[in-house]
Write a protein that binds this ligand. Structure first.
Ligand code: NAD
Length: 497
């Protein structure tokens, strides 16, 4: 048998990889000529820092094939080390998220220029504290007259992750905790506008993990991500599963892949307020949720349907709690500036990207008016046809629509959630209304009498994830989302009682 240079090179690469010697140089040769490689400044500088005897890459790669090869090798090494190593690796990610939140949050804010610095920092801290890890994987045992059966949870292998610009490093860190808990490794294609912070986070995570358990590249990232590198991850034979977090286009792209895809898609969370609600709590909650990171959260309150009986009182409560009410002329200006014609279909509106995640003051300035005082959140009464109601707008302005009764409010909430089955919020003390809306909305997260963040265990019970799998139905993702169930059945023995 005659082997081509490429085949020989591949075999050498695999053998070296298996021996744990995977040199960055051989990887470069395999990947193509040095001149064909594109590098970001961040990558170049981090590589310079990394150039040492170990020649470790700390997870940062230019080419998908190289990232997948390194992640595959790392995943096999993790399996060899056993269950405890997973916990140690995850502890490294948690520690960095918590202890370096301020610096990393600032870097993310400076790169993406959307959202709020205080919440960029908080998102990393709560990620470190509240995303579930190995403790979620509990073996199920069945024991009876016929013997025993065990259900255990095995890794898929290498998982491809696509992350959004709205929470670049928090999503990557959260996915990594869940996926490593399941014994997997990760190849991440971040949003191009949040890639530098993703690279920085991955480098730090791997450096710490190498120190803790001696395995590099359990989390890998493409330094200059593009749609093509995302597609290459979708198509790669050694990527066994996908987890995409983003808007409709990436969700559709992942669902076209023959691989199992966990799709955390868009939302447009409606809020219903009925006549039994505690209006101060409702107002404070709406402000807390919708102002969070300037309304970038996919679970964030995007439009409110409130019944006529309490409508004016609710608006007064919003003002009491610090939100700023816009005049009708200001709403008109903001609406005209914040939405633009769809480039391919002029009959449709789309969100003006320059407005996404900006401070209230900036929204007003860009729309040609000033604010009478500083505020976290703008709001106003609008009618149902205002595009702020229909569109997932991701801005700190919330439209309030007056409705005659709670039935109508729930019906409109269902309509404008668009069947995403993502998140809905209700303020009510009527258990029948709570039950009815919960059934009608059929969403992954239904929050009652709190801010949206309570639905992810922040100020509420339960655990956190930044990937809420909506069209594919896994809901708030956990380590159990990223494992294969395997059963051991022993017939006629091992039952010792
Ligand atoms: P986006 O859809 O523009 O980008 C998300 C990711 O997908 C990016 O990495 C992007 O590069 C990639 N991408 C986009 N189109 C692609 C394609 N055709 N093929 C391959 N990759 C593609 O979204 P965004 O602006 O970064 O994030 C905001 C959106 O994400 C909102 O719609 C929000 O609701 C959603 N989101 C959902 C969740 C959730 O848990 N369900 C969490 C966060 C954000």
């Amino acid at each position: 048998m005659i082997l081509s240079d490429a085949a020989i090179s591949r075999v050498v690469h695999e053998v070296l990889a298996e021996l744990g010697k995977h040199p960055a140089n051989s990887e470069r040769k395999l990947a193509g000529s040095a001149s064909s490689e594109r590098k970001s400044t961040t990558l170049a500088s981090s590589e310079r820092k990394l150039a040492g005897p170990s020649q470790s890459r700390f997870g940062v790669f230019n080419h998908v094939n190289d990232a997948v090869a390194a992640a595959s090798e790392a995943q096999r090494a993790l399996e060899r080390q056993g269950f405890e190593a997973r916990g140690k690796a995850i502890a490294c990610i948690r520690k960095i998220c918590i202890e370096q939140a301020e610096e990393l949050g600032r870097l993310e804010f400076e790169e993406t220029r959307i959202g709020r610095l205080d919440h960029k920092i908080e998102k990393l801290i709560v990620c470190g504290e509240r995303v579930p890890g190995v403790e979620f994987l509990k073996t199920h045992a069945y024991s009876g007259g016929n013997g025993i059966a065990l259900t255990e949870f095995a890794p898929f292998g290498v998982i491809g992750a696509i992350t959004p610009v709205t929470h670049s490093l928090p999503t990557l860190a959260c996915n990594a905790i869940n996926m490593l808990a399941g014994g997997n490794a990760v190849v991440c294609n971040p949003h191009p506008s949040g890639a530098r912070i993703a690279v920085e986070g991955v480098r730090r995570f791997n450096q710490a993990i190498v120190q803790a358990i001696g395995i590099d590249n359990l989390i890998t990232v493409i330094a200059e991500p593009t749609l093509e590198t995302a597609q290459a991850i979708f198509d790669h034979r050694d990527v066994k599963m996908l987890c995409v977090t983003g808007g409709p286009a990436v969700g559709r792209a992942a669902l076209r892949s023959p691989k199992r895809a966990i799709v955390a898609g868009p939302g447009n969370p409606p809020v219903v307020v009925d006549e039994t609600a505690d209006l101060d709590n409702a107002a404070a909650s709406i402000i807390r949720g919708a102002a969070y990171d300037n309304n970038l959260l996919c679970i964030g309150e995007k439009e409110v349907f409130a019944v006529d009986a309490i409508f004016d009182d609710l608006l007064a409560a919003m003002e009491r709690h610090g939100a700023l009410r816009l005049k009708p002329a200001e709403v008109d200006r903001l609406t005209k500036a914040a939405f633009v014609r769809h480039p391919e279909d002029a009959s449709k509106l789309v969100v003006n990207k320059d407005f996404i995640g900006q401070d209230p003051k900036v929204l007003a300035e860009k729309s040609g008016f000033g604010l009478s005082r500083p505020t976290e959140l703008l709001f106003a009464e609008t009618d149902e046809s205002n595009p702020f109601v229909e569109q997932e707008q991701m801005m700190p302005f919330v439209p309030f629509v007056r409705v005659k009764d709670v039935e109508t409010a729930i019906e409109l909430a269902r309509k404008y959630e668009h069947g995403f089955r993502h998140t809905a919020i209700l303020h009510s003390r009527n258990v029948d209304v709570i039950t009815h809306m919960g059934r009608v909305m059929d969403v992954s997260i239904f929050v009652v009498n709190g801010p949206c963040t309570a639905g992810l265990g922040v100020g509420g019970e339960g655990y956190l994830s930044y990937s809420i799998a909506t069209p594919t139905g896994e809901g708030v993702t956990t380590p159990l989302t990223f494992v294969r169930e395997r059963r051991l059945a022993v017939r006629g023995s091992l039952r010792v009682v």
